[in-house]
Ligand binder design. Sequence first.
Ligand SMILES: [Zn+2]
Length: 181
Amino acid sequence: MGTWSTYLIPESVQLQPEHYLATVKSALQKFGIIGERQYGDNPNCFSAGPQSLDPFENEIGWKTGFEYCSLYGNSRIEVVPQDPSAEPKCPCCTADVHEQYYEVVNGGEDDQELDYESATITCGACGRSSRLDQLKDDVGIFLTTTYINFDDVPGRLRTDWLAKFKAETGITHRLLEYWYT
Ligand SMILES: [Zn+2]
Protein backbone atom coordinates (compact mmCIF):
# COMPACT_ATOMS: atom_id res chain seq x y z
CA MET A 1 0.00 0.00 0.00
CA GLY A 2 1.06 3.53 -0.61
CA THR A 3 -0.17 7.04 -1.11
CA TRP A 4 -0.39 9.44 -4.03
CA SER A 5 0.62 12.99 -3.25
CA THR A 6 -0.17 15.56 -5.92
CA TYR A 7 1.61 18.89 -6.28
CA LEU A 8 0.84 21.87 -8.47
CA ILE A 9 3.67 24.34 -9.03
CA PRO A 10 3.04 27.53 -11.03
CA GLU A 11 4.95 27.74 -14.31
CA SER A 12 5.58 31.47 -13.86
CA VAL A 13 8.29 32.39 -11.38
CA GLN A 14 7.16 36.02 -11.30
CA LEU A 15 4.23 35.42 -8.98
CA GLN A 16 4.27 37.25 -5.68
CA PRO A 17 3.88 34.50 -3.00
CA GLU A 18 1.21 36.21 -0.85
CA HIS A 19 -0.82 37.12 -3.92
CA TYR A 20 -0.53 33.56 -5.21
CA LEU A 21 -1.70 32.17 -1.88
CA ALA A 22 -4.79 34.40 -1.78
CA THR A 23 -5.67 33.64 -5.43
CA VAL A 24 -5.51 29.84 -5.22
CA LYS A 25 -7.19 29.70 -1.81
CA SER A 26 -10.12 31.76 -3.04
CA ALA A 27 -10.51 29.62 -6.20
CA LEU A 28 -10.30 26.31 -4.31
CA GLN A 29 -12.89 27.51 -1.79
CA LYS A 30 -15.16 28.82 -4.55
CA PHE A 31 -15.06 25.39 -6.25
CA GLY A 32 -15.73 23.66 -2.91
CA ILE A 33 -12.46 21.71 -3.16
CA ILE A 34 -11.14 22.83 0.20
CA GLY A 35 -13.27 23.45 3.26
CA GLU A 36 -13.28 26.52 5.48
CA ARG A 37 -11.81 24.42 8.25
CA GLN A 38 -8.08 24.47 8.95
CA TYR A 39 -6.33 21.09 9.07
CA GLY A 40 -3.79 20.77 11.87
CA ASP A 41 -1.63 23.65 13.03
CA ASN A 42 -0.85 25.24 9.67
CA PRO A 43 -3.27 28.10 8.82
CA ASN A 44 -2.72 27.37 5.10
CA CYS A 45 -3.59 23.69 5.39
CA PHE A 46 -7.23 22.73 4.78
CA SER A 47 -9.53 19.79 5.14
CA ALA A 48 -11.52 18.54 2.15
CA GLY A 49 -14.52 20.55 0.93
CA PRO A 50 -17.84 19.16 -0.42
CA GLN A 51 -16.49 18.96 -4.02
CA SER A 52 -13.05 17.61 -3.09
CA LEU A 53 -13.37 14.57 -5.41
CA ASP A 54 -13.90 16.72 -8.52
CA PRO A 55 -10.22 17.14 -9.50
CA PHE A 56 -9.38 13.43 -9.39
CA GLU A 57 -9.86 10.25 -11.40
CA ASN A 58 -10.45 6.76 -9.90
CA GLU A 59 -12.64 8.14 -7.18
CA ILE A 60 -14.77 5.01 -6.66
CA GLY A 61 -15.13 4.24 -2.96
CA TRP A 62 -13.43 7.44 -1.86
CA LYS A 63 -15.38 9.84 0.33
CA THR A 64 -13.01 12.79 -0.03
CA GLY A 65 -10.45 13.76 -2.66
CA PHE A 66 -7.60 14.08 -0.20
CA GLU A 67 -6.63 13.95 3.45
CA TYR A 68 -5.52 17.58 3.43
CA CYS A 69 -4.61 20.35 1.02
CA SER A 70 -1.61 22.45 1.87
CA LEU A 71 -1.07 25.83 0.19
CA TYR A 72 2.33 27.47 0.18
CA GLY A 73 3.25 31.04 -0.72
CA ASN A 74 6.25 32.51 1.04
CA SER A 75 9.47 34.24 0.03
CA ARG A 76 11.35 31.43 1.77
CA ILE A 77 12.11 28.68 -0.75
CA GLU A 78 10.69 25.23 -0.01
CA VAL A 79 11.46 21.84 -1.49
CA VAL A 80 8.90 19.75 -3.39
CA PRO A 81 8.02 17.01 -2.63
CA GLN A 82 7.58 17.50 1.12
CA ASP A 83 6.71 13.83 1.67
CA PRO A 84 9.32 11.06 1.60
CA SER A 85 8.44 10.31 -2.04
CA ALA A 86 11.62 11.35 -3.86
CA GLU A 87 14.16 8.71 -4.88
CA PRO A 88 17.04 10.98 -5.75
CA LYS A 89 20.05 9.89 -7.77
CA CYS A 90 23.31 11.65 -8.57
CA PRO A 91 22.95 13.58 -11.86
CA CYS A 92 26.54 12.67 -12.85
CA CYS A 93 26.79 8.93 -12.16
CA THR A 94 23.15 8.04 -11.22
CA ALA A 95 24.24 6.50 -7.89
CA ASP A 96 21.49 6.41 -5.25
CA VAL A 97 21.84 9.43 -2.93
CA HIS A 98 18.56 9.14 -1.03
CA GLU A 99 20.28 8.67 2.33
CA GLN A 100 22.29 11.88 1.93
CA TYR A 101 19.21 13.65 0.59
CA TYR A 102 16.90 12.79 3.49
CA GLU A 103 19.64 13.57 5.98
CA VAL A 104 19.70 17.12 4.60
CA VAL A 105 15.97 17.56 4.07
CA ASN A 106 14.94 16.07 7.42
CA GLY A 107 17.97 17.47 9.23
CA GLY A 108 17.94 20.42 11.56
CA GLU A 109 16.54 19.21 14.85
CA ASP A 110 16.64 22.78 16.13
CA ASP A 111 14.44 25.66 15.02
CA GLN A 112 16.87 26.82 12.38
CA GLU A 113 15.26 26.60 8.98
CA LEU A 114 17.24 25.01 6.21
CA ASP A 115 18.31 27.07 3.22
CA TYR A 116 17.25 24.62 0.50
CA GLU A 117 18.58 26.82 -2.26
CA SER A 118 22.20 26.58 -1.13
CA ALA A 119 22.02 23.05 0.30
CA THR A 120 24.03 20.47 -1.61
CA ILE A 121 24.18 16.70 -1.67
CA THR A 122 27.54 15.01 -2.11
CA CYS A 123 27.46 11.73 -4.02
CA GLY A 124 29.15 8.86 -2.17
CA ALA A 125 30.15 7.20 -5.45
CA CYS A 126 31.63 10.00 -7.61
CA GLY A 127 32.06 12.77 -5.02
CA ARG A 128 30.24 15.42 -7.05
CA SER A 129 28.07 17.91 -5.14
CA SER A 130 24.66 18.83 -6.51
CA ARG A 131 21.91 21.24 -5.57
CA LEU A 132 18.70 19.52 -4.45
CA ASP A 133 16.87 20.46 -7.66
CA GLN A 134 19.72 19.08 -9.79
CA LEU A 135 19.27 15.55 -8.49
CA LYS A 136 17.67 12.98 -10.75
CA ASP A 137 14.26 11.65 -9.72
CA ASP A 138 11.46 9.97 -11.70
CA VAL A 139 9.10 12.88 -10.96
CA GLY A 140 11.63 15.53 -9.99
CA ILE A 141 12.79 17.63 -7.06
CA PHE A 142 11.90 21.31 -7.16
CA LEU A 143 12.68 24.47 -5.22
CA THR A 144 9.81 26.92 -5.15
CA THR A 145 8.19 29.76 -3.21
CA THR A 146 4.66 28.71 -4.24
CA TYR A 147 2.84 25.39 -4.52
CA ILE A 148 -0.35 23.46 -3.80
CA ASN A 149 -0.23 19.96 -2.32
CA PHE A 150 -3.11 17.47 -2.15
CA ASP A 151 -2.06 14.60 0.08
CA ASP A 152 -3.45 11.06 -0.17
CA VAL A 153 -5.51 11.40 -3.35
CA PRO A 154 -7.52 8.62 -5.10
CA GLY A 155 -5.93 8.97 -8.54
CA ARG A 156 -4.55 11.24 -11.19
CA LEU A 157 -5.51 14.87 -11.39
CA ARG A 158 -7.94 15.48 -14.25
CA THR A 159 -6.56 17.69 -17.03
CA ASP A 160 -10.01 19.21 -17.62
CA TRP A 161 -10.16 20.25 -13.96
CA LEU A 162 -6.67 21.77 -14.24
CA ALA A 163 -7.87 23.79 -17.25
CA LYS A 164 -10.88 25.00 -15.26
CA PHE A 165 -8.59 25.98 -12.38
CA LYS A 166 -6.37 27.90 -14.80
CA ALA A 167 -9.38 29.75 -16.23
CA GLU A 168 -10.39 30.80 -12.70
CA THR A 169 -6.94 31.82 -11.39
CA GLY A 170 -5.10 32.83 -14.58
CA ILE A 171 -2.21 30.66 -13.41
CA THR A 172 -0.72 27.78 -15.39
CA HIS A 173 0.39 24.98 -13.10
CA ARG A 174 2.82 22.17 -13.61
CA LEU A 175 1.41 18.86 -12.36
CA LEU A 176 3.61 16.53 -10.29
CA GLU A 177 2.33 13.22 -8.94
CA TYR A 178 4.40 11.32 -6.40
CA TRP A 179 3.87 7.90 -4.94
CA TYR A 180 5.19 7.02 -1.52
CA THR A 181 4.88 4.19 0.94
ZN1 LIG B 1 27.72 10.51 -8.46
